[in-house]
Write a protein that binds this ligand. Sequence first.
Ligand code: HEC
Ligand code: HEC
Length: 373
Amino acid sequence: MKATRKLGSVMAVMLVFAASAILSAGSQSGGAKKLEPIGPVPVPADNPMTPEKIELGRMLYFDTRLSGDSSIACAKCHDPDKGFSNGLQMSDAYPGTKHWRHVPTVLNAAYLKHQFWDGRAGSLEEQCLGPIEAPIEMNQNFAHLVEKLNGIPWYREQFRKVFKSDVTMENLAKAVSAFERTIVSKPGKVDQYLKGDKSALNDSERRGMELFTGKANCIACHHGPVLSDNEFHTTGVPEIEPLKTESDRIATRHFFATGQKYPNPRSVDADYGRELITKSQSDRGKFKTPSLRELKWTAPYMHNGAFETLEDVIEFYMKGGGNHPNKDPLLKPFELTDQEFDDLLAFLEALSSPEPIKVQRPAELPKKGDGTL
Ligand code: HEC
Ligand code: HEC
């Protein structure tokens, strides 16, 4: 098993090498930044995947009892029928509160180095507990949740089987993360093309790829197997109206800044992105470069859902991005003919699976216990 994996990755390296030779002709940005076929999902050494663990994680992901009022599961905001996001500009929120960011998809999050739009978590395991506790998301108390789940026989037994322990939040995060590592793209036509099958893309998609790596220079930030450099950039996506005018959303922004110990949190008059974490002004307006796989299923786009369609996104980049004093100099205006516009769009769409990626919803959730432990 291990030997096969190793062989697989050696072969992947060789194929990437071949692909970079194919692409370098169209690339302005040198050899290091290239598209790569998607490979096996990275799995941390201290959280190996097993079928029982994945099954436990799947139940937890769909279980509304993880939230304080038993109304919200991870799957409410990261809905498998909506590309593992929620199809809306803004996230859902705990009853009585309003959210201030767009739900990033869980699809392929396992490939990203940083989690959240501002990158404040470094792994899925670290990310998982945030929403459960957050008063604007699931508003749950950890100590209480641990007791509640320990009282449900299937959970208690499954945790013992998988982790040789009763329910703990740390192990809950591990199980959910193992499940999330199954929510990934299968290799598609762009991957086949990158591996040398020239017929995998049609002419328009192929020209679109050349624009992506050439004149439009998307490759400068969107490269690697899920088309993210795992860095942070200011692109100047415009602020959206609800975040200027709805006091509940503004309250959430100030609450978040307070939680991050940002000095003078009520002065935070826009989403400062990465700066809220690092407190460095040079990070103002920076957000994580998201994956560009499966975009067909995950609209709207950007940290605040400002753009409804991929056409809107391309038009934004053609103007050299938005207006922001901190805008990344990599963004420069460029022109596309109508044909080129369609070609770039066709390439972006080719990065999506032909059908939405599915996971099995549990037919029913583990039943309450009868008091025996
Ligand atoms: C009420 C809606 C809501 C619920 C419930 C929720 N999330 Fe999220 N999730 C979000 C939002 C919004 C973000 C982005 C927040 C930010 O960047 O500050 C996010 C971010 C994430 C990310 C980071 C993805 C990336 O690319 O950065 C992952 C992974 C994730 N959530 C998984 C989960 C899991 C697992 C659960 C259940 C334990 C969960 N979420 C529950 C709304 C929700
Ligand atoms: C300077 C780096 C950079 C360049 C160049 C760049 N992007 Fe991005 N891209 C980002 C960042 C950062 C975000 C997230 C911004 C935000 O959420 O406010 C993003 C977001 C996106 C999204 C939204 C994805 C989602 O799930 O919400 C799409 C689509 C996209 N870029 C496509 C492109 C295309 C097409 C090009 C070339 C025309 C391009 N990008 C060039 C950095 C870049």
